[in-house]
Design a protein around this ligand. Structure first.
Ligand code: PEP
Ligand code: MG
Length: 547
């Protein structure tokens, strides 16, 4: 008799294949040996900090889940968590066991705290597993890669893990925990991957076991017989996913999917994940970790290397965006009381015009020597006058296709005016959210305010996209808003003509767009904009898109 597990079918379709498990560390045992309290305390503290650093680094590269990762990093750095871990060590637990038990106590403490409330279970467990894995010298939890398409089984899928999921390889998703609105459920629906969540016992399945998943009935059968496989295959196989080729909606509307890149590593990723070009080429990499400015020749070589990876394809290069979250040692900006609201981005050129002139000269030289379709844009533009000033400098340098990023609400409100003086605008959703909500994008505690599903943020994006439509100019949305597959459909519905994101999010968004029509996107946009808040917007759109 085949073992059968029953849960909640949250995304329809069926699949049969080998199981691959997300493996967290096993519960570390106490072996009774005496504990060197000082050494174990130091190890535990290093692991908590190390995991926080690792999550912050992931957040920098992540897509829509960046805010979640920042929040998780904060959990790992929470002094009250550290204190509980140390208490367990002093009570005789070796560091891995102490950490494991302390996370449980920390969850209870947070649950009892009316102000802070309980942390999200999947997010907290993910931090715990990372800390324990680090202490045991094991790799952090990750999506497995068995080499063939597989059924992904996990106790729970953290946003950090789902961000790196490749829909071409995952036949179905099965989790022991989670409900109909869980992260896993929403993602599976958006991608058309059959999914069963809230399925007790299923986390005990072993990698390599064959299983059949019925996402309609909420059933997972181990070692299914030929009869069941036949029945499931006839019933409703999983939708065949579009996992490569250009981005387009189900009814064939092209939506170029572009990569955000900041150097060679991301260029490789962009190519591997099928980017149709570059939506934002962050040039800061050329300036960071230096004590003097790079020469025009050095810059031109570095830029050409990226341009050359995209012959004939669009590459939108952004001029230097230093200041605030991107400091550069040789550009002294003084002690600014609030750097995010101070001299950053294009504003740096007010003090250091030669820096911009050299960079534009380098970009122009690299453009002449490459076959990429290069466009140039400035960051942190607030007014039409600033946009015009930049456009004049860029054109004087010999650049043809000149634009600005819309990252400041003032620029969004006056996008139509900006389009009178530049060739294109591009929405910088990371900063536009930060400045719309007066919320530091580095601050994980306030991540809910930076949620790109906030209707007020979507209103501003819609204003820019409308201005683009009136002026007959295609507007791309950059930043990480588009790496959420549901929100990508909303942005298309609002009129985005292209979407740029961290390269690893491209397959998920490509597959999600291929499942929706332009009309569904328009309906999704209307639903998200008219929602009371992000949660309502998300669930309304999830329903619209999966129907
Ligand atoms: C943005 O703000 O959305 C953007 C693309 O720029 P960065 O994230 O580099 O500030
Ligand atoms: Mg920005």
């Amino acid at each position: 008799m085949s073992a059968r597990y029953s849960g909640l079918g949250v995304s329809p379709g069926t699949a049969v294949g080998p199981v691959a498990r997300v493996r967290g560390p096993a519960l570390p045992l106490r072996d009774g040996a005496p504990v060197d309290v000082e050494a174990e305390t130091a190890r535990a503290s290093e692991a908590l900090d190390g995991v926080a650093d690792e999550l912050e680094a992931l957040a920098d590269r992540a897509g829509a889940s960046g805010a979640v990762l920042v929040r998780q990093a904060r959990m790992s750095r929470d002094p009250s968590l550290g204190a509980i871990v140390m208490q367990y060590v002093r009570n005789g637990r070796p560091a891995p066991r102490a950490a494991w038990e302390a996370f449980g106590a920390y969850r209870d403490m947070r649950e009892a705290d009316p102000l802070r409330g309980a942390p999200d279970a999947a997010e907290l467990d993910d931090v715990r597993d990372r800390v324990v894995a680090r202490l045991l010298g094991e790799p952090p939890p990750s999506i497995p890669d068995p080499g063939t398409p597989f059924i992904l089984v996990a106790r729970d899928l953290s946003p950090a893990l789902t961000a790196s999921l490749d829909p071409a390889r995952v036949l179905a998703l099965v989790t022991e925990r989670g409900g109909p609105t869980s992260h896993t459920a929403v993602l599976a629906k958006a991608l058309g991957i059959p999914a069963v969540v809230g399925c007790p016992g299923v986390a005990s399945l072993a990698t390599g076991q064959r299983a059949a998943v019925d996402g309609d009935a909420g059933l997972v059968t181990v070692d299914p017989d030929a009869e069941l496989v036949g029945a499931l295959t006839r019933k409703r196989p999983a939708a065949a996913e579009i996992t490569d080729g250009p981005g387009r909606t189900k009814d064939g509307r092209p939506i170029p999917l572009l990569a955000a890149v900041g150097g060679k590593g991301e260029v490789d990723d962009a190519l591997a994940f099928g980017a149709e070009g570059v939506g934002v080429f962050r040039t800061e990499f050329c300036f960071l970790d230096r004590t003097d400015p790079p020469s025009v020749a050095e810059q031109a070589d570095a830029y050409r290397e990226v341009f050359d990876a995209f012959p004939g394809r669009p590459v939108t290069v952004r001029t230097l965006d230093v200041g605030a979250d991107k400091p550069v040692s040789f550009i002294r900006l003084g002690d600014q009381p609030n750097p995010a609201l101070g001299v950053r981005g294009l504003r740096v050129a007010r003090r250091h015009p030669q820096l911009l002139a050299d960079q534009l000269a380098a970009i122009a030289r690299a453009t002449r020597e490459s076959r990429a379709d290069v466009r140039v844009m400035a960051p942190m533009v607030a007014t039409t006058a600033e946009a015009a000033w930049f456009a004049t400098r860029a054109r004087e340098a010999g650049l043809q296709n000149v634009g600005v990023m819309v990252e400041v609400p003032a620029a969004a409100l006056r996008a139509a005016d900006l389009l009178q003086v530049v060739d294109f605008v591009s929405v910088g959703s990371n900063d536009l959210a930060q400045y719309t909500f007066a919320t530091d994008r580095e601050d994980g505690e306030l991540a809910d305010l930076l949620d790109p599903w906030q209707p007020a943020f979507l209103d501003l994006v819609a204003t820019v996209l409308r201005a683009g439509a009136v002026a007959g100019r295609a507007v791309t949305v950059c930043g990480e808003a588009a790496s959420d597959p549901l929100l990508a459909a909303v942005l298309v519905g609002l009129g985005a003509a292209g979407l740029s994101m961290t390269p690893r999010s491209l397959p998920v968004v490509r597959a999600a767009l291929a499942r929706v029509t332009s009309q569904q996107c328009a309906d999704a946009a209307a639903a998200a904009v008219s929602a009371d808040g992000p949660e309502e917007g998300r669930s309304r759109v999830a329903v619209l898109i999966s129907s």
